[in-house]
Design a binder for this molecule. Structure first.
Ligand SMILES: [Zn+2]
Length: 154
């Protein structure tokens, strides 16, 4: 018969080992509005947590041509790669593809008397922008994204 202490010890190693295996990204999921208000600038809070839209040609990234990656500003999950960015002329950073499909959620958005597809970060539910089907030929898609919902790193 095995020593029960060892079995109990193994049990705790498995449980706590499992918790430690969770990434930091998962922790961001269910934060309160107060948490986000403290963490984010007013415009970023308005866009990402209240589904707002920044004014065109005002954001940091619509005209950014540097090579690198764009991450969710709320939780740091990778969303876009500069290789999919294109000049749309809209005044918002525009991409024809995402880095990883699983890193975004697409949601039907019927607000403002329009039928659109909302793009959210799949990890923290941040509102990022909208998806349209008038993009360049590579995919035909145009991810129209608010600069302030992203953080660029190269
Ligand atoms: Zn996020």
């Amino acid at each position: 018969m095995q020593n029960p202490t060892i079995i109990i010890l193994l049990f705790f190693i498995i449980i706590f080992g499992g918790c430690n295996a969770q990434t930091d990204l998962n922790i961001e999921k269910n934060k309160s509005n107060d948490f986000w208000k403290k963490k984010l600038s007013p415009i970023t809070y308005y866009v990402t947590r209240e589904k707002g839209t920044e004014k065109p040609f005002t954001g940091k990234y619509w005209d950014n041509n540097k090579k690198g990656k764009y991450y969710c500003i709320c939780c740091d999950q990778e969303i876009f790669n500069s290789k999919y960015k294109f000049k749309s002329g809209t005044g918002w950073p525009s991409f024809y593809d995402v880095s990883l499909k699983k890193n975004i959620k697409l949601i039907t958005d019927l607000s403002n008397n329009m039928s659109r597809i909302e793009v959210q970060c799949s990890n923290c539910n941040a509102h990022l922008g909208h998806l349209f089907n008038d993009g360049p030929k590579q995919t035909g898609l145009r991810y129209c994204i608010n600069s302030c919902s992203l953080i660029f790193k190269n």
